[in-house]
Design a protein around this ligand. Sequence first.
Ligand code: MD3
Ligand code: FE
Length: 203
Amino acid sequence: QRQLIAEGAVCLPGFALEYVPTILEALGPIVEQAPFRHLVTPGGHTMSVAMTNCGSLGWVSDRRGYRYQERDPLSDNAWPAMPEIFLTLAQKAASEAGYQRFKPQACLINQYLPGSKMSLHQDKDENNKAAPIVSISLGVSATFLFGGLRRDDPCQKLILQHGDVVVWGGASRFCFHGVQTLKDSEHSLLGRRRLNITFRQIY
Ligand code: MD3
Ligand code: FE
């Protein structure tokens, strides 16, 4: 099943459900090598969402700016490798949405606890502007805000649930988006957390 959210934005409800046990197993060693951390924005604010990465490139933010880099700044080691199952799932979802040559190099893993949110923003740090972004939501459901190309364009609200995958490409790729403050509720597998995993092709 496939839902068109906007031009270029395709939701695949429950697409990741059958992969969840494998995904959670793969996340253990990743988070052990590269723990979740709260990044600081160039403006000096600490993000409420905790992040880590796997893959050949990882997204980081600090006082110097936003960028993708090959090493984890906490350890100076390469980011953990992207598990095969992640790549398979991301490519299968992209393919369902019409992107047959998706080659993600970066996988950003966001952890939301009750009270975490992500303010309205655009994703513009990827050099390859034609590739989509594939996102997987796990755990506590969240209200996702999806706007237009200008910050003050009206937003539609979307509930992203455990197992949902969204492919953001085409005209939706540079739309403003954000996540409302996570509610304090419990998910049977993930507890009070929400995880969002995004796959990005940088080059
Ligand atoms: C729409 N993460 O990490 S994923 C992010 O739930 C981010 O953690 C959110 O926004 C989260 O940058 C939303 C869905 C998403 C990702 C990229 C997009 C939606 C998008 C790029 C363009 C438009
Ligand atoms: Fe984003």
